[in-house]
Design a protein around this ligand. Sequence first.
Ligand SMILES: [Zn+2]
Length: 417
Amino acid sequence: MRATAAFSSLLLLDGVHVRDVVFESDRVVVEVALRRRRLICPRCCFSTPHRHDVRPVDSDWRHLDLGVWRLEIRARLRRLVCPEHGVLTEGVPFARYRSDFTRDFEHLVAWLATRTDKTTIQRLVRIHWRTVGRIIERVCADELDPGRLNDLFEIGIDEVSWRKGHRYLTLVTDHHRGQVVWGAEGHDAATADEFFDELGAHRSGQIEAISMDMGPGYAKSARAEGHAPQAVIAIDSFHVAKLGSEALDEVRREYWNHLRTLGDQQAAKRFKDARWALLKRPENLTDRQTETLRALKAAGGTVARAYLLKEALRAIFAPGLTVDDVDQLLTRFCSRASRSRMTPFVRLAKTIRRHRDGILAAVRLGLTNARAEALNNKVRLITRRAYGFHSAHAALALVLLTCGPITLQPPHELHLH
Ligand SMILES: [Zn+2]
């Protein structure tokens, strides 16, 4: 078998034949030619038999590695005039518009990005992390199910930080499918407005419930005319529980500063170490942290009282409690917290009273479930991996590829099954 024929069957590239194979010092270059005569616009389906000029455009794409070698596809392309997109180099079936990589290569990178860490991908695939970002943006735009915004009945709107320094994405989750279906940069009412605008009045009118945090932005947008004023607003319980942890942390910090001003450096240091013992769930503590926590509770005082309040709040949202149970427990918690003489907890009691209907609605509708929280945690883990991407779009693409309505497969599964 000749090398060109062998490479034709090896590469599985659509719509081309192999003209030559060149072995260079660090790579294998495969020269191909398109089978089709017509020129196709790379951005739409326009096609024409006429080329714009005789100037050839030599193009290269990186393809899946061949053993330890880089493999490059090279082709001489023509230019066309698309009535909508102007003068462009013709599109090729095996690569996306303006990409230096073949679709198979991009699929591999996207699949890896949803499953493994930055360092591994960079070393294995030999590309920069920012390039990974650009690749997954293209794959996401191509693979995202266009019907994902149909039939949304119970949704969640939440923010997640995608980069240090208060850079946020707003994400919309479909509770039924357990998937992230929409996202955009920003985290205020205007960002949620973008979602409802894209959804349109008809589909927005079908929404029955929206879960969210206690901030004013998303609720304001949801209630606006033409958005989803009919929807019940439910407050995610993990946001409520998180406020309990934050209040405890504030109390702990104040107490620590207080000790420091008294000149008790030793105790202050001990206390700083105790932070995780207090904030983690008791079942997740190490032996040493459990011991620290026991000692803190035995010593009593403000921090121990704050800890008990935080745990009491968390226990309210344990699975299996009825709406009436939760209602009673919330009342009891709020009166304890407002009598606690600890400012962060007094403030927390006020916040909870103000959002009581929403908190109970979440329990009634079953939106306060482990699945929603698990998805939330997964999204947080993914966005931490996206730190270092050049744009919010890349971070969003990673979230949608991992937690959205997209099924990615490594290239051999796509071709061989
Ligand atoms: Zn076009």
